[in-house]
Design a protein around this ligand. Structure first.
Ligand code: GDP
Ligand code: IMO
Ligand code: MG
Length: 425
C-alpha cells in the first residue's frame, strides 16, 4: 500500500483539516509529518467547530490510527489543551493516537526565544505565530534538541541543560526579560509532559511501514503550505520545516517510492497571514470583501488574513514541487458575490512577462490577470456537480487547462457535507 499525501499549495489555511476529515473514512492511518502548533486545522460537523493544532484531523472518525510523526514539533502545553478540549467535548482519543519518540519538543524557552527574535527584528519580523517553531527546529538541526523519547530517562537533567543555554541567549543576546513569562508557563509545561507520558510513544516509522506492509492505507496531512516551505517558500518569510511532499518522507520515515496520490489543496482565491510578499494581494475593498465573506481570520492567532486573487504562477510552482496528482479547490462559495473574478497568469517584472516563479518575490511583481465571469449564485446549498453554474465549471476548467491537473473535489462551505466529489479518477 501507499501513502497518499494532502498538502497546502498556497500560504497555509487552505482547508486541509476539513478535507482530511472528509477523506479519513477511506484510510486506516492519518498522520501529521511536519510543523507544530503553528498549524490551526478547522473541522466542522454536527454544528460544532473543532480546531486542531498538533493532533491529526482524522481523530474524529472511529477506529482510525492517528500518528504524530517524527517531523512534527510538539508543545506539551498546547497538546494538553487540545486533549482537554477534546475530552470536554466527549472524545477520548488515547487509544487511537501514536506519537513518534523522535518528534522534537517545544520548550517554554523556545517560545520566549521566538518572541525575543521577532522583537529584535522589528520592522523586518517574520510575523511568526510565536509558538516557538523556529527556535525548536533550529535546535533540532543544530543537534541541540530534546525529543519525546528523552522523556523516558534523565529528563530533568536534559531539560535543565537546554533551558539554561536558552536563558543565557535570552539574557545576553536579546536582553529579553523572560523570568515572569517563563515562571507562568513552566508548571503547565511539566503537566503536559506528564500527560504525554500516558500516550503511546513509539517508533512511528516502524509502525507505519509495518502497517503499509500489512496492506493498510495512510493519509499524510500537511501543515502550513508550499509557499511557506523552508527551502522553496518566500524565504525568509517562511516556516522552519519542509512543507512539501518530500517532507512527508523525512517526517514519517517512508521511502519516496511509497508515495501514492498527492492531493494539492488550494483556495479559489489566495490568503496569507504574517509578513512577506504576496503579489496578488488586494489592499482594497475587494480584499476586505474576501476577508469578510471568507471569515479570513487566523485559526491559531486570530490575526486578519491578507486576501487576494488566485495566483496561477505560484500554484503551478507548488504543483511542480509536490508532484500533485489531484487538485482540491476550497471555498468556492466565498466568490459567490463577484460579477467578475480575476486569476493571475503571469507577473510583469521590470517590463518583462514572467510565468515562472522567480528566485525571490520583492514586491516588484505586477500581476497579469485574466477576467472570468462570476457565478453570482449561492453555492453553499449545492450538493452535486450537476447543480454547478456554468461559470463555476468554466472557472474550474480554466485552472485544469492551465495546470494540467484535474480538480477532483470542490468545497462550497466549511461543513463535511459541503464537499463535492467531481468523479474524474
Ligand atoms: P487549514 O489550516 O488548511 O486546515 O485551514 P484553516 O482551518 O486554518 O482555515 C480554513 C477555514 O475555512 C476554516 O475556518 C474552515 O472552517 C473554513 N472552510 C473550509 N472549507 C471551506 C469552504 O469550502 N467554504 C467556506 N466558506 N469555508 C471553508
Ligand atoms: P496551517 O497548517 C498559515 C505562517 C506565520 C508566519 C510564518 C512563520 O494552519 O495552514 P512560524 O510560527 O511557523 O514561525 O511562522 O508562517 N504560518 C502559517 N500561516 N497557516 C499556517 O498553518 C501557518 N503556520 C505558520 O503566520 O508568517
Ligand atoms: Mg490553518
Amino acid at each position: 500500500m501507499k501513502v497518499d499525501v494532502l498538502l497546502g499549495l498556497q500560504w497555509g489555511d487552505e482547508g486541509k483539516g476539513k478535507i482530511v476529515d472528509v477523506l479519513t473514512p477511506k484510510y486506516d492511518i492519518i498522520s501529521r509529518f511536519q510543523g507544530g502548533p503553528n498549524a490551526g486545522h478547522t473541522l466542522e460537523f454536527n454544528d460544532i467547530k473543532h480546531i486542531l493544532h498538533t493532533i491529526p484531523s482524522g481523530i474524529f472518525r472511529k477506529n482510525k490510527i492517528n500518528v504524530i510523526g517524527n517531523g512534527v514539533v510538539i508543545d506539551p502545553i498546547i497538546f494538553k489543551k487540545e486533549i482537554d478540549s477534546l475530552n470536554c467535548k466527549g472524545f477520548d482519543i488515547s487509544d487511537n493516537l501514536y506519537i513518534s519518540k523522535k518528534a522534537h519538543i517545544i520548550l517554554p524557552t523556545h517560545r520566549l526565544l521566538d518572541a525575543a527574535s521577532e522583537e529584535a527584528k522589528g520592522e523586518t519580523k517574520i510575523g511568526s505565530t510565536l509558538k516557538g517553531i523556529g527556535p525548536t527546529y533550529r535546535d533540532k538541526v543544530g543537534r541541540e534538541g530534546l525529543r519525546v523519547g528523552d522523556i523516558m530517562s534523565n529528563f530533568d537533567e536534559k531539560y535543565a541543560a537546554k533551558t539554561s543555554r536558552h536563558k543565557l541567549i535570552l539574557e545576553n543576546q536579546y536582553k529579553f526579560d523572560y523570568k515572569e513569562l517563563y515562571e507562568a508557563c513552566e508548571k503547565d509545561w511539566f503537566e503536559g509532559i506528564e500527560l504525554l507520558k500516558t500516550y503511546k510513544l513509539v517508533d512511528t516509522e516502524h509502525l507505519i511501514n509495518n502497517l503499509l506492509n500489512e496492506g493498510k492505507s495512510v493519509l499524510a496531512e500537511g501543515a502550513q503550505g508550499t509557499l511557506l516551505d523552508i527551502d522553496f517558500g518566500s524565504y525568509p518569510f517562511v516556516t522552519s520545516s519542509n512543507t512539501i511532499c518530500a517532507g512527508a518522507c523525512s517526517g514519517l520515515g517512508v521511502a519516496p517510492n511509497k508515495i501514492g496520490e498527492v492531493f494539492g489543496i488550494f483556495k479559489a482565491y489566495c490568503t496569507r497571514v504574517g509578513m512577506g510578499p504576496f503579489p496578488t494581494e488586494l489592499e482594497n475593498e475587494t480584499g476586505d470583501n474576501l476577508r469578510k465573506s471568507g471569515h479570513e481570520f487566523g485559526s491559531t492567532t486570530g490575526r486578519p488574513r491578507r486576501c487576494g486573487w488566485l495566483d496561477l504562477v505560484a500554484l503551478k510552482y507548488s504543483i511542480m514541487l509536490n508532484g500533485v496528482s489531484q487538485l482540491i479547490m476550497m471555498k468556492a462559495d466565498v466568490l459567490d458575490q463577484f460579477e467578475t473574478i480575476k486569476i493571475c497568469v503571469g507577473y510583469e517584472i521590470n517590463g518583462e512577462v514572467v510565468e515562472q516563479f522567480p528566485f525571490e518575490l520583492n514586491g516588484g511583481e505586477k500581476p497579469i490577470y485574466v477576467d472570468l465571469p462570476g457565478w453570482e449564485t449561492d453555492l453553499t446549498k449545492i450538493r452535486s456537480r450537476e447543480e454547478f453554474p456554468d461559470e463555476l465549471n468554466k472557472y474550474i476548467n480554466f485552472i485544469e487547462e492551465e495546470t494540467g491537473i484535474p480538480v477532483t473535489i470542490a468545497s462550497v462551505g466549511p461543513n463535511r457535507e459541503q464537499t463535492i466529489f467531481l468523479d474524474k479518477k
